[in-house]
Every structure is written in structure tokens, then in C-alpha cells.
Design a binder for this molecule. Structure first.
Ligand code: GLC
Length: 423
């Protein structure tokens, strides 16, 4: 009797497990959209998903929400896409993963899904950044560029203009911070992808770079050394950036300081605009300008941005494309710009008067996009980034001199290039 009861119990458990597994199987009409973003962005996205479902009653969308930092999402995709998951259909991907994921055959080519007319309505980034071995793998969803946010009220109080050069930025910070309880310049110095963006912008603004247009390694240069020294000096010499810049400052931590009225200048992406406008402490007090430059250089911004791609192993590609098409449509991009200050990726929206009024920095984005700096579109970009992050951060934390760091980066990148040359 006792044995029968135990057996019955075990069978019931088994049955429950089978029912549970059966229910977990993805519905044939369900599209799983995987996205890492801020809480307020996810909240708005849920509204968009509802709109989509009303327009496409046969398709249900399930969100797979990931943490916002790009590096954490990258790790997630390496394991899930790497194991050929069928549980993701659409993904919001960082622009630096396209070559890596496409070369691993994790992304579905999109050429046959989009008409040439539609394709031409996107900013040229679509052709420069989303193509790998002649195939299109992603559709630009939001454009992102590094910009300089400043406290207009404080600059007005001291009768100063937003700086055009790094020298002016240091002078302005030194003057104002002597009298006001704010840090001068907030930026992203922690060892992660955001630091690479800040580094590339700073060296770019001194006519420096990592790889020349004809593929030569140019990292160990005088221009790069001057720029890297300046990044170090923001923290250690001029003391206009917080001492924990190299250990803690990322997009969100630097934004929080700025929104707590603890910063005069902030380097960040376009999403910060909307959050500052919604903040009663900052509304009306913020201005935006292009990032400063060295006196003989040009202001340089890195192209960030998040694009939409379809998992090559998805079983619902048709519905997945419907969702991509909807989310990247001009109407939805306008909603995203109006509500989240995401810069659009369709040309026409840059002339929309309502948008220009809501996002006064839009003409800056449009201008900057013409010469925006793209991170190398290479399958092994992550390895390049890891090397840059490590040694640039060692300089910022005052553990290595800039000469040695640039020499080491050159050596490591050279080794890497030989290793990957066959690809
Ligand atoms: C932003 C950019 C992304 C970049 C990341 C670095 O999210 O859009 O391209 O890689 O910041 O932290």
C-alpha cells in the first residue's frame, strides 16, 4: 500500500512536469523579443508591444528582458545563440556585435525581407555597419552618438559658453568648480565597452586612432598619447572628474551624479536628454553640444546605437520580421524619439518640426552622423575592445604610463591580427 502511494506520487510529479514542459513550449504565433534596456525604456516598449499586438492580432510578443550594460548582454548572447536557441526570435543588438554574430551564423540575413526603397530611407549607417560579407544582418533602430551635456544655468551664471576645446573645458571646470559644489566633467572610465567609446572619441578629437583607413595599426602615436594623458589628467592632475571615474563611472552612474546636480559637464548618449527634462531639478537647465576637441583636431563622436536582428534559428521568422518592420517604422521611431529621446535612424525624421522642437539637439546628431566614428566592424572586435579597456583603464587608475600602455596595446593587437588574419 505504502509502495503504491509512493508510486502514485512519483507518477503525479512526472505528469505535472510533462504538462509544465508542454505549456512552456513556445506558441507557434509567439515572437520572443530579447532586449536589454533601462526600466523606463522597457515600460514604454511594453506599450509599443501592445500597439503591435492590436495591429497584428495573430501574433503575441513575449519580452525577454536583459540587463542594460552592453557587456552583460553580450555574454548572454554568446551562451544562448551559441547553443542555437530557438527561444529568441528578435534581438536588439549593439552595433559592435554584428560582424561577430553574423560570422558565427547566428543572424538571419535580411536582404530579402526589406525593399530597396525602404532600405534607402535609413541613415547610411545601415550600409556601413550592418553588412557582413555583402549581406544585411540588422536594421538600425536607434542611432546613438556621444554628446556633451552641460549645466546651462551654471555657465550663464559665470557668463561662459560651452567649451569647443578640451582646454576650454578644463578652464571652465576649474573656474566654476572653485565656487560650486559640482564635479567638472563626468564621463565613463570604468573597464568596459563605454570606456572604449570615450577613449576613441578623445583620441579621434586629436586626429588619432587605432586602425587607419587602409588597415594599418596606428595606436602607438603621439596624438594618442597626448589624448590618453589628458584623460588621466582629468582625474589626477586637474581633478575635475571624480576620483572613482576609473573604477565606477559608467553611463548610468555618471548620469545619476549629473541628475543629482553634482556635475557641470557630462559625456553621454541621447537617452539622457529625456530623463533630464522629466527631472524637476534639471528641467530647463541643460544644454547639449558636440564633444570638445583638441585645438588642431575635430570634435569626434562614436556611433553607438542599437539595431534589430533576427535569430537565424528562430522558427517564426515571418512574424519576427513583422515586429522588426513595425518597431523601425517612421511612426514608431517618432514615438521613441518623443518619449525616450532615442535618435531616429530614418532620414525623414530629422526634418520633423515637432521632433526638432522636442529634441533641440537633433541637428547636432544629424551633423555628427555624417562623420561619425564607427568601431571596427570585425568578428573579433570584442578581443580588440578587451585589450583597449584593460590598458586604458590601467592608465586611468594610475598604474601604468601612457607610453607603455599604447606600446602594449599595439603589440597585443598586432598578435591578434596575425592570429585572425585567416578569417
Ligand atoms: C551605448 C551605445 C552602445 C555602446 C555602449 C557602451 O549603449 O549605444 O553602442 O556599446 O553604450 O557602453
Amino acid at each position: 500500500m505504502k509502495k503504491r502511494t509512493i508510486l502514485l506520487f512519483v507518477y503525479s510529479l512526472l505528469l505535472l512536469w510533462i504538462i509544465h514542459s508542454f505549456l512552456r513550449v513556445k506558441n507557434a504565433n509567439e515572437v520572443v523579443f530579447s532586449i536589454g534596456a533601462g526600466i523606463h525604456e522597457i515600460r514604454f516598449l511594453k506599450e509599443l508591444v501592445n500597439e503591435f499586438e492590436v495591429k497584428n492580432p495573430d501574433t503575441k510578443v513575449r519580452l525577454n528582458i536583459l540587463p542594460a550594460p552592453t557587456d552583460q548582454q553580450h555574454h548572454y548572447y554568446l551562451t544562448t545563440l551559441g547553443s542555437k536557441t530557438v527561444d529568441i526570435d528578435v534581438m536588439r543588438i549593439d552595433t559592435i556585435w554584428i560582424a561577430e554574430f553574423a560570422s558565427a551564423r547566428w543572424l538571419e540575413p535580411l536582404d530579402s525581407f526589406i525593399s530597396s526603397e525602404q532600405r534607402a530611407s535609413f541613415i547610411p549607417i545601415i550600409e556601413r555597419n550592418n553588412i557582413f560579407r555583402n549581406k544585411l544582418y540588422a536594421i538600425p533602430w536607434n542611432a546613438n552618438i556621444g554628446m556633451l551635456y552641460y549645466r546651462k544655468d551654471l555657465l550663464d551664471k559665470y557668463n561662459l559658453n560651452p567649451p569647443e576645446t578640451w582646454e576650454e573645458l578644463v578652464d571652465t571646470c576649474t573656474k566654476i568648480c572653485a565656487n560650486e559644489p559640482v564635479f567638472g566633467y563626468l564621463w565613463q572610465g570604468k573597464q568596459y565597452e563605454g570606456l572604449v567609446c570615450n577613449f576613441l572619441e578623445c583620441i579621434g578629437s586629436n586626429n588619432g586612432g587605432i586602425i587607419s583607413n587602409n588597415g594599418r595599426l596606428i595606436v602607438n602615436s603621439v596624438q594618442n598619447k597626448i589624448a590618453l594623458d589628458l584623460m588621466h589628467d582629468f582625474i589626477w592632475k586637474y581633478r575635475i572628474s571624480p576620483p572613482n571615474t576609473h573604477s565606477e563611472l559608467m553611463e548610468e552612474s555618471s548620469r545619476h551624479l549629473f541628475q543629482q546636480s553634482k556635475g557641470l559637464f557630462l559625456r553621454n548618449w541621447t537617452y539622457v536628454w529625456d530623463l533630464c527634462q522629466e527631472d524637476p531639478a534639471l528641467k530647463g537647465k541643460i544644454g547639449v553640444s558636440p564633444l570638445p576637441k583638441f585645438s588642431h583636431g575635430n570634435s569626434t563622436a562614436v556611433y553607438g546605437g542599437w539595431h534589430l536582428a533576427i535569430n537565424a534559428y528562430s522558427r517564426n521568422k515571418k512574424q519576427a520580421w513583422q515586429l522588426v518592420d513595425f518597431l523601425t517604422s517612421p511612426e514608431v521611431q517618432k514615438e521613441l524619439a518623443m518619449n525616450l529621446s532615442w535618435a531616429p535612424t530614418r532620414y525623414a525624421l530629422y526634418n520633423d518640426p515637432e521632433l526638432i522642437q522636442k529634441l533641440p539637439f537633433l541637428p547636432i546628431v544629424e551633423m555628427v552622423l555624417e562623420n561619425v566614428l564607427l568601431r571596427p566592424n570585425l568578428p573579433y572586435y570584442q578581443w580588440i575592445s578587451d585589450v583597449l579597456q584593460k590598458y586604458v583603464n590601467e592608465v586611468l587608475s594610475d598604474q601604468m604610463g601612457s607610453d607603455e600602455a599604447l606600446k602594449t596595446i599595439h603589440k597585443e593587437l598586432e598578435g591578434m591580427r596575425n592570429e585572425f588574419a585567416a578569417d
